[in-house]
Write a protein that binds this ligand. Sequence first.
Ligand code: GLN
Length: 287
Amino acid sequence: MGQRMAAVLRTVTNALGEAGIERPGLEARMLLCAAAACDHAALIRDPDALLPPDAATRLQAFVARRLVGEPATRILGTRAFWTLDLIVTPDVLDPRPDSECLIEAALDQLGSRRNLPLRILDLGTGTGALLLALLSECPHALGIGVDLSPAACDVARENAQLNELASRTEIREGTWMEGLAGSFDVILSNPPYIASATIADLDVGVRQYDPRLALDGGADGLSAYRDIMAALPAFLDGGFAVLELGIGQAPDVARIAAAAGLQTLALRNDLGGVPRAIVLRKPDGQA
Ligand code: GLN
């Protein structure tokens, strides 16, 4: 006889908790639901349902992978970001909840202008998380997402389709703003910002599973900011940019921005209280 869902959930939660995984209850529920192909509500509605043997086998494999450090996102191939469900493959960075503060910062800055026919650009779009989240909040906006990786571009296109945003989204393969013209109302980016030499010290879930292209910010972690900042002013004409920051990088990035003629309008903290987003514009801009 199979085991009951509630009992399985307890066993898996304990196993993940003992392994030091931060939110064992949540992750156990995610893995169980994926293995049993049920939604979270079903677990609450019917905790005494029996877990079918094939689902139990799948769950066992998922838990084994999680216990050696593979993130739940990689096991499931999906991630919830903002109000969207996104496909995540090995070719793209796993979008983090902390990055949602970029969307909050952009929406604060836009105020009621979020309903205008805005042009939005996302540099290094990966899954498309930032671009698609902001498009979902700006009903008349059009967005361009750029990524160097063709495989990432495919993922972003698929996510635009899945979230019914494809008609307002263009995904382009390329290097930052290369080949783009005109100005944008909002420019978003979560660039690679980890110093090359410190990638090896990151958590296994990051260093082994996030693509290096999405992490490696060069010797001091700031290379991508220098490249982006050099080009940014030409694409901002009354608009603003919201860039993600690595821990402790706000002063350096603000300095690079100032040297490029950009003014820091705001910093925004992530869920852990770390300044994670910087909002920039040209000093004469209206943003
Ligand atoms: N968020 C990732 C981390 O914390 C880094 C992503 C990036 O380099 N932009 O490790």
